[in-house]
Design a protein around this ligand. Sequence first.
Ligand code: ANZ
Ligand code: ZN
Length: 810
Amino acid sequence: MYDHKIIEKKWQQKWEEIGINKTGNEAGKEKYYCLDMFPYPSGAGLHIGHVESYTATDIMSRYQRMNGKNVLHPQGWDAFGLPAENFAIKTGTHPSVTTMDNIKNFTRQIKSLGMSYDWSKEINTSTPEYYKWTQWFFSLLYKNGLAYKKKSKVNWCSKCQTVLANEQANGGVCERCSTKVEQRDLEQWFFKITDFIEQNGQTTGLLDGLNKVDWPESIKAAQRNWIGKSEGAIVKFQVVDSEEYLEVFTTRVDTIFGCTYCVVAPEHSLIANLKLQIENFEEVEKYMADAKNKTDLDRMEAKEKTGVELRGVKVVNPFNGEEVSLFVADYVLGSYGTGAVMAVPAHDERDWEFAKKYELKIKKSINDIENADEELFTDDGVLINSEEFTGFKSAEAREKMMTWLEENKAGSRKINYRLRDWLVSRQRYWGAPIPVIYCEHCGEQLDENLPVELPTDVDFKPTGESPLVYSKTFHDVKCPKCGVAARRESDTMDTFVCSSWYYFRYSDHDNKDEFASKESIKKWLPVDLYVGGAEHAVLHLLYARFFTKVLHNLGYIDFDEPFLKLRNQGMILAEDGRKMSKSLGNVVNPDEVVESHGADSLRMFEMFMGPLEDAKPWNTKGIVGVRKFLEKIYNIVENKSLGVCDCAAGKCTSAPKTLVTLVHKTVKKVGEDINEFKFNTAIAQMMILVNEMNKYEALPKASVEKLVQVLAPFAPHVAEELWEKLGHTASVFKCGWPAYNPDKIVDDMIQLVVQINGKLRDTIEVAADITEEDAKKVAMESDVIKKWIESKEILKVVVVKGKLVNIVVK
Ligand code: ANZ
Ligand code: ZN
């Protein structure tokens, strides 16, 4: 009887004893680095979604090992972060205690699923042994001008009491607690990710690099979109009666003859410079103050555009010398382009709304014949009212006009990006301290005495300042340069810094002198397969690529993309089709399923639910079905009479040839499906084979062995048990991936389709190599067909060899 509890425990122990999951290290073998996005060890424990992606990488790792590769398949903990700290605020339990407890629980759960990680390479980002190197990366960036401090407008979450990176404030709300994000002016640390958007020296940029990796198109698109490249021009408008110029960024210089006014963002420096000229400065100032409290998102999405004219100020359009008025309006953002726009209400929607509201002039400069009468036309077209440029198509006109700008020193070509530098400082405790010391005499100094350890004498209560501010031991420090008492930086690093380089660490996890040796990096990286959730499209996946590019650029490594192949798992929904959540009480706990149906059934079921990348609902009946399937295989091995015959030589005595063909087909298909990440269809194929096998009392042993071997990556415990029952002493994972014989895959028999006047009337099983003559004969002699053609005149008979016979009758 199939008792999963006994079998699973038995083999987990055995595997540990014989060290079967140890990283491969045999000379002459190819390497395969198979990586999961490492989890944050939350108090909720392992989620059913973790099981999905970990099973996928486990299947792949086991499959690659069976195919003779040296496999690195590690696991670790992204252990810094807010939840542990928030828990500490509530309960007083130190985050390190909570984190270790959670890690223990996660480890137990993952082990109970039979995942073949090499646990000897485990890493934990919250240990000084690890974050020493996170801090080293900070120094590396700092020394190379890629880390800098700047006062800037930042996203602030009032609930988490910390700043957020743009990537963590997507949609204007805090990624963690969904509180609406506020704007604050604060001194913060940034990493210069923008230096790597395009080719940098020999290093491919974040944009072009996407062309050389095998990633889902949707993730690539999300990254391109986030980087937001737009090609346009800067145009200089001279301010009348002043030395000042207003510089605007536009992607539509072809519309410039339709510019009827210009707009600056409320934070634009020109406003202060023109104070004396602006007649209504008080009104303007008030408007600026109001805008301060709004986030960029509020401003972009505002239903009604607002603004104030800078009375007394005019600016000159360099193309036609026309003087237009200047407004301040918050629909123009201070942080994008030049913080100023030339407004073309006839061809830009936002300008059009603004112009309608304030009754400003609307002047057409682009005409599309079909849309001649419409007031707002935003597409490219043909230029009108544009002097020497009239008659040109938009694209052509842009080229000519940009050249004109350059020749007349009235502007230049300009590429803008939406991506900003990465804000990495956090006013929180549970993160890696930033290794910087401030000295009254020497200023900002790197602390190269790493690790800078997190102190324990802190109060976790959030105050808006880092809890480290109030630690006495932490600040008991001397300036590394002059030796005078100095003060440490008390912000910590965004946890995304820790996860930007962890995939290097696994290759050499206990190196005390380097983040990883050149040798081990050469041996294992880049990562061959990376699996995780699509929610990391623009955060972790962009940052990790940036770190890799920095290392490449500085000569540490010889590749510039960390993850060659990326796949995302889809979300597993609750049985009711909704998202699993504690509050809805519809969460499936993997522990309970392992207990009731077994880890193998859980693994198989999650792979069988549908394509890995799809969202799919949990189904209790489904797991029962998968469990029954495993029982069937178990019974085949236990109860059938397994004959040893010379199947390979084509002399199979214990089963018909069709079964042997199906076995070979299954071996081929499962292997191909694993490579293509189509685990559900691989399992479906195994099911077809098992049903076929169950039609016979006796089976060739070699066929059953092949079935057990292809099952092994999916349901490792039961496969191992059956392999042993079949008389093997070595682990099934040491016996290689079964071979298939291509000759055997060709079907011996086919279903011959017989049609009358093109309509299907019968199917007849015949030998695959039947001649046209014989096919015709068989078809005409079929009783069914005879009835159909009885008294009809046969005009002709068409035979498609190996497929069909069509009888044409009158
Ligand atoms: C004139 C114009 C005419 C524009 C027209 C568009 C259509 P992307 O593609 O996102 O780069 N713009 C420039 N800086 C801005 C800022 N700081 N805040 C708000 N809007 C700004 O968009 C570029 C266009 O967005 C620019 O081209 C500018 O409006 C506006 F028929 O210039 B355009
Ligand atoms: Zn000093």
